[in-house]
Design a protein around this ligand. Structure first.
Ligand code: HEC
Length: 439
């Protein structure tokens, strides 16, 4: 086995997962500062962009979101008089914000959803649309010349509490006999803070269930959801118990990783003939971490659909793996860089690796994973990722023989005044591989 169950369950890994959630999310805990407070634009930034847009449209990942960052430092100049990336909007003579002209401002078309088929998706993509009042606020601001300073739109339009955070539209549950739905009920996150919880649900499975696919839908504000199994009886945890993250929670010995999601809407289907077993006797621990960068109360919430197939449809058993490299001697020097070269444990059986992803923190610049075949000196590059925030997930069908192993080279650049080591917080670094295989 590539990762023995004992490693999957080991407390250090559980701590690691918690740290992944904490560190990957804690980047933006501070409420963003806006230069000119007390202006309509400053309110637009904090009440709309920071709440509903910057999880996608930020400085780091803007290139996959229409080349638009709506971070507090970039939003104004990337909107005002700026040509759209969308070719159709450009052809029609629109700018993202055409000063004084709402009817020629592409942002309003994206927000109202009045789009033809060449204009891409309505915004926010995947989430609920902004309230009509918020859209009206933006319209008034544009009509008044879209100034950076000054109150030019009706502020009351933003005090629309019901739309501070869009309500979650539930997923339609799988049909009877083809799976089940789990619901992580709404839990509050105070303004400008973060919260991670575990919510336990009895599974009451009478026999092994074979998972074919997962769908996860979360309220905005979360980057992470993880579904774990947990033996509630052994751990003294009852159906419906909700616990905040603590060292004690992280060290639960019977918790095993099932599935994780980093985007608001996530879907995964196992390859043909492959199924993931869920055994009777364990329940589910629904684990979610939310970061509220706004000054309003926020709620975390998630729906999880688990779609199952009959055992006869399963030829191969999926095994989840998640493994971290904890070498504490590794240093990324202040104002320097370093590359961690690491051999992961060898496979002892013939293995089909079919999903591979990685995890690091913000200082990672390049993550390459290779296959190092037993007795062969050259290595085959199979995975490349340069985006720490939304790491690439590779679907593959790679046959590995006993003695073969994964090898990785992970590069980091440190722009701070102090050395950075491996560790759990967002100020430390990490080196993790994860995915699924069958043997
Ligand atoms: C879940 C990710 C996501 C969220 C949240 C999101 N967007 Fe987008 N946005 C995209 C993607 C992807 C594109 C590019 C494809 C397209 O236009 O449909 C895009 C494109 C755009 C564009 C067009 C850019 C251009 O020049 O062509 C605008 C304007 C825009 N978004 C505004 C917003 C606003 C305002 C919000 C918040 C109210 C928002 N988006 C929230 C993903 C997102």
């Amino acid at each position: 086995m590539f990762i023995p169950q004992s490693i999957l369950r080991s407390s250090s890994l559980i701590v690691l997962i918690g740290a992944l959630l904490l560190s990957a999310c804690s980047k933006s805990v501070e409420p963003p500062s806006v230069g000119s407070t007390g202006s309509s634009f400053a309110l637009l930034q904090t009440k709309v962009f920071d709440v509903s847009c910057t999880q996608c449209h930020n400085d780091i990942s803007k290139n996959i979101y229409g080349n638009l960052s709506l971070s507090d430092t970039a939003a104004y100049k990337m909107l005002i008089g700026a040509p759209p990336t969308n070719a159709e909007a450009t052809k029609l003579g629109m700018q993202r914000v055409t000063v004084g002209h709402p009817e020629k401002s592409f942002i309003l078309f994206k927000l109202s959803g009045e789009l033809d088929s060449l204009m891409g998706d309505a915004m926010p993509q995947h989430g609920q649309s902004l309230s009509p009042n918020k859209i009206e606020f933006i319209r008034q601001w544009i009509a008044a010349g879209a100034p950076k300073d000054g109150m030019v739109a009706d502020t009351a339009l933003l005090n629309d509490a019901s739309s501070a955070q869009a309500a979650l539209v539930p997923l339609t549950p799988p049909p009877a006999g083809q799976g089940f739905q789990l619901h992580l009920a709404p839990f509050p996150i105070s303004p400008a803070s973060e919260r991670e919880i575990f919510s336990y649900k009895d599974a009451n499975l009478s026999q092994v269930q074979w998972v074919k696919s997962f769908d996860i839908r979360m309220r905005q504000g979360s980057h992470h959801f993880i579904l774990w199994t947990l033996d509630g009886a052994q751990e003294g945890v009852n159906d419906g118990d909700v616990r905040d993250r603590s060292d004690n929670e992280m060290n639960r010995q019977t918790r095993s990783y099932v599935f994780g999601a980093q985007t608001q809407d996530a879907h995964y289907t196992f390859p043909d003939g492959v199924g993931l077993p869920l055994s009777p006797g364990k329940g589910f621990d629904l684990n979610s971490h939310y970061v509220n960068t706004t000054n309003e109360p926020y709620y975390g919430e998630a729906y999880i659909n688990v779609v199952t197939v009959p055992e006869t449809a399963v030829q191969h058993i999926a095994t989840p793996f998640l493994q971290g490299d904890f070498y504490s001697g590794f240093v990324i020097p202040a104002h320097g860089s370093n590359t961690r070269k690491f051999y992961w444990p060898a496979f002892t059986d013939t293995t089909h690796l079919f999903l591979l992803s990685t995890h690091t923190h913000a200082r990672m610049t390049n993550f390459n994973v290779y296959v190092a075949r037993k007795g062969v000196t050259t290595k085959e590059l199979i995975y490349h990722n340069a985006d720490w925030h939304e790491p690439a997930t590779l679907q593959l069908d790679l046959l590995l023989m006993p003695g073969d192993r994964l090898y990785s080279e992970t590069s980091y650049t440190n722009d701070t005044d102090h050395d950075i080591h491996f560790g759990y917080t967002s100020q430390d670094e990490m080196n993790v591989v994860l995915g699924y295989f069958w043997q």
